[in-house]
Ligand binder design. Structure first.
Ligand SMILES: [Ca+2]
Ligand SMILES: [Ca+2]
Ligand SMILES: [Ca+2]
Ligand SMILES: [Ca+2]
Length: 314
């Protein structure tokens, strides 16, 4: 096995040994491993507006030399214009270390395995199974990725790829670093396709197919991770008030998967479900569900309301 510090590009041309300090890598990569994502479940919108064009042959900002004033490591993207984003964290391979889920333009995702070593991780190496694994989108064209908890109880965090609605794909965590083909997952190998059926209208705009960012987001209290689908433009108590729907984890997946719990916004236009997070707010040891409705009107127009639902949820 090669060391992580030796990037080997797919074509085999580039062989460099780069240590953390003082060496600029291949141009165009960021020195920060962070993507600004908090781990709350409102992440995963990569198909949005405001995209500026990226020229793969365009100028680069200069040399990147890992100028972080702390111990740690950096993760460098594999290719120009990939724009990897941090889509979630969780222990995908079950080794006790938190792993990072990165999603790139075009739907490709990388799982970068947690490690104690400093230095650099190259996604080009991860694509060859060194320090992580790649998930190729195939024909599934995922719109966004999220790290879920362990939704099947095997000790490994699982992933969710938002595919063409009304369906989503779940990728079960694995211990090895072989590439994962999302087409195979859709066919039932190493995961499954969840048909959400008419319960989700594509026009509703699903925001967050998983409650990532925590080792386990367990809102049902059974020890298995659960999935959340936030629909801030969906129908709730009134049309367009928003809703959040949960699918609870289970040891055996398959067949039709129905929502186990649905919370509704109160008034049209509330944007209930704009943000969703999980934390133990009341200190009883059970996860609680936090949902924002920034345009609710309880104290005047769009004064906003945040709901805290104590778990376990029925
Ligand atoms: Ca891990
Ligand atoms: Ca799992
Ligand atoms: Ca659960
Ligand atoms: Ca609690």
């Amino acid at each position: 096995m090669r060391a992580l510090g030796e990037p080997r590009r797919a074509g085999g041309r580039l062989l460099l040994t780069l240590l953390l300090a003082g060496c600029g890598g291949p141009g165009g990569s960021s020195a920060s491993a962070g993507g600004g994502s908090s781990g709350a479940a409102s992440e995963g919108e990569s198909d949005g507006a405001g995209e500026d064009a990226c020229d793969p042959a365009g100028p680069v900002a200069g040399t990147y030399a890992a100028a972080i004033n702390a111990a740690g490591f950096v993760i460098d993207g594999a290719r120009a214009c990939a724009r990897p984003r941090l889509a979630g964290v969780g222990d995908f391979n079950g080794d006790g270390l938190s792993d990072m889920l990165l999603e790139s333009e075009g739907g490709r995702a990388h799982v970068v395995l947690g490690r104690a070593a400093e230095g650099r991780v190259f996604l080009a190496n991860v694509e060859e199974g060194v320090g992580g694994l790649v998930i190729e989108p195939g024909d599934q064209r995922p719109h966004g990725w999220s790290m879920a908890g362990d939704v099947n109880g095997d000790g490994r965090a699982d992933l969710v790829a938002r595919s063409e609605l009304p369906q989503t794909l779940m990728v079960f965590g694995v211990a090895d670093s072989l590439p994962i083909d999302l087409d195979a997952v859709a066919a039932g190998a190493g995961g499954l396709r969840i048909e959400l059926g008419p319960a989700i209208d594509p026009a509703e705009g699903v925001r967050s197919p998983a409650l990532g960012g925590r080792p386990l987001a367990d809102l049902s209290g059974d020890g298995l991770g659960d999935l959340a689908f936030a629909l801030p433009a969906g129908d709730g108590s009134e049309p367009g008030s928003g809703r959040v729907a949960l699918i609870f984890g289970r040891s055996e997946w398959g067949g039709d998967v129905a929502f186990n719990y649905v919370a509704h916004g109160e008034r049209a236009g509330d944007r209930f479900g704009e943000d969703v997070a999980v934390a133990d707010v009341n200190g009883d040891g059970d996860d609680d569900l936090i949902i924002s409705a920034p345009r609710a009107d309880p104290q005047g127009p769009e004064s906003g309301r945040v709901y805290v639902l104590f778990g376990p949820l029925p």
